[in-house]
Design a protein around this ligand. Structure first.
Ligand code: CP3
Length: 337
C-alpha cells in the first residue's frame, strides 16, 4: 500500500475526472451514438481514461466506464439520455433479471476488461483504478428506473419487500465480486466500490443493505487478491460511517464533504488511507474560496496518509483553469513540507 505514496506526498485524482468538462472528451463522445457504445469501445474508453492524465498528469488513472454496465449485463435495458441521465426499464425482483447465467453475463463486460488491459499497455507508470457500484446504489437505479430525487419506490420496497430486495442484493454481490476480480486479473491495481446512495438508509437497514454487501464483496476480493487495495465510498453515511469502517475491511475510504472528526484518528489506528474531499461546487467557483478550502483540507489531513480528491464527481461546468490551479496548489504545498 505504501507504493501508492512512493512518488508524491499527496497523490491526486478526481472523481469523474474524465467527462464533459473536457473538450477532448466531448469530441470523442460525439463519435459514438450512445454512452454505452462509448463505454464498450475499448480503444476509445482507454483514450478517454488517459485524457485527464495527459492534460493534468494526475497520479491515478480511473477506468472509463459506468456503474450501470452491471444491470445492463444482467439483462436490464439501460439507456443514457442526453441532459436527463440514465433511464432503466424498471424491474421488481430478481426474476426480471438473467441472474443465473453468470459466465455469459460477465462475458458481456469483456470490453471493460479489454480497456483495462489497454490502459496497462499504454501507460506503465500510473496505477489503474477499476470500479463498480455498491449493490444498494445500483439497486436504487434498477428499481427507480433512473436518477431519482426522493427515492420513494426503493425506500418503500426496503420496508415492504425486504426479502425480494435482499435477493436482488445477493445477485449484485455475487456478480460485482466476480466483475471486480476479473478487473484485477485484467490489470486493475486498486478497485473502488461507489455506494453513492448510502445516505438513504439507517440502523438495521443500513447494516443489511450497505455494510453487509460491501463487506461480502471485500471478502470475496481479498480471498483471491489479498494485497489489492480496495476503496469504499459510503457517501453521506453520517455517524454510520463508524459502523462501516468497523465492519468493512477496506483499505481506502473516500469521503464526502462532511464526516466526523474522530474518523481521522480511527483511520490512523486502522491504517486506512483517507481520500477526499473538496466540494465539486467549490472547484467551479474557484478564486480565494477554492484556495482556502484546499489549504484547509491539506492541513486537516496532514497527519494522515491522504489522497486528494473531490467529495463527489466533477461537474460539467468546471473551468479547466481551476483544476490546474488546484493541482498546482497541492503540489506546491507538498514542496514546502
Ligand atoms: O471517474 C471517472 O472518470 C470514470 C468514469 C465514471 C463515470 N461514471 C462516467 C460517466 C465513473 C466512476 C462513474 C460512476 C457512476 N455512474 C456513479 C457513482 C459515482 C457518483 O457519481 O455518485 C453513478 C451514480 C453513476 C450513474 C450515472 N452515470 C449517472 C447518474 C449519470 C448521469 C449524470 C451525469 O453525470 O451525466 C451517468 C453518466 C456518466 N457516467 C457520464 C460519464 C462521463 C456522462 C455521460 C455523457 O457523456 O453524456
Amino acid at each position: 500500500m505504501d507504493k501508492l505514496f512512493s512518488k508524491v506526498k499527496t497523490p491526486i485524482w478526481f472523481m469523474r475526472q474524465a467527462g464533459r468538462y473536457l473538450p477532448e472528451y466531448k469530441k470523442l463522445r460525439s463519435t459514438e451514438k450512445t454512452f454505452l457504445d462509448l463505454c464498450f469501445n475499448s480503444e476509445k474508453a482507454a483514450k478517454i481514461s488517459l485524457q485527464p492524465i495527459e492534460r493534468f498528469d494526475l497520479d491515478f488513472i480511473i477506468l472509463f466506464s459506468d456503474i450501470l454496465v452491471v444491470p445492463h449485463a444482467l439483462g436490464q435495458r439501460v439507456d443514457f439520455k442526453e441532459n436527463i441521465g440514465p433511464i432503466l426499464e424498471p424491474i421488481n425482483n430478481k426474476h426480471d433479471l438473467n441472474y443465473k447465467k453468470i459466465t455469459s453475463n460477465l462475458k458481456i463486460l469483456d470490453p471493460v476488461f479489454k480497456t483495462i488491459k489497454l490502459l496497462k499497455m499504454k501507460n506503465r507508470r500510473k496505477k489503474v483504478i477499476g470500479f463498480c457500484g455498491g449493490p444498494f446504489t445500483v439497486l436504487t437505479y434498477m428499481i427507480e428506473g433512473g436518477t431519482s430525487k426522493g427515492h420513494e419506490k426503493v425506500k418503500l420496497k426496503v420496508k415492504r419487500e425486504k426479502k425480494e430486495l435482499l435477493e436482488m442484493i445477493e445477485v449484485l454481490i455475487e456478480f460485482s465480486s466476480l466483475y471486480l476480480i476479473e478487473q484485477i486479473r485484467s490489470g486493475a491495481d486498486i478497485v473502488k466500490i461507489f455506494e453513492s446512495w448510502a445516505s438513504l438508509l439507517d440502523k438495521e437497514e443500513y447494516f443489511d443493505f450497505i455494510i453487509k454487501p460491501n463487506m461480502r464483496i471485500l471478502e470475496n476480493i481479498k480471498n483471491v487478491f489479498p494485497n489489492i487495495p480496495v476503496a469504499c465510498f459510503p457517501r453521506r453515511s453520517g455517524s454510520q460511517i463508524f459502523n462501516f469502517v468497523k465492519n468493512v475491511g477496506c483499505d481506502i475510504i473516500s469521503l464526502d464533504e462532511k464526516f466526523p472528526e474522530e474518523l481521522l484518528e480511527i483511520a490512523k489506528k486502522k491504517n486506512i488511507i483517507l481520500q477526499g474531499n473538496l466540494n465539486p461546487k467549490v472547484l467551479i467557483q474557484g478564486g480565494k474560496k477554492m484556495e482556502e478550502e484546499i489549504k484547509k483540507i491539506l492541513l486537516r489531513f496532514n497527519n494522515n496518509r491522504h489522497i486528494f480528491n473531490l467529495s463527489h464527481g466533477i461537474l460539467p461546468q468546471t473551468p479547466i483553469a481551476n483544476v490546474e490551479k488546484t493541482i498546482k496548489l497541492i503540489r506546491d504545498y507538498d514542496e514546502t513540507r
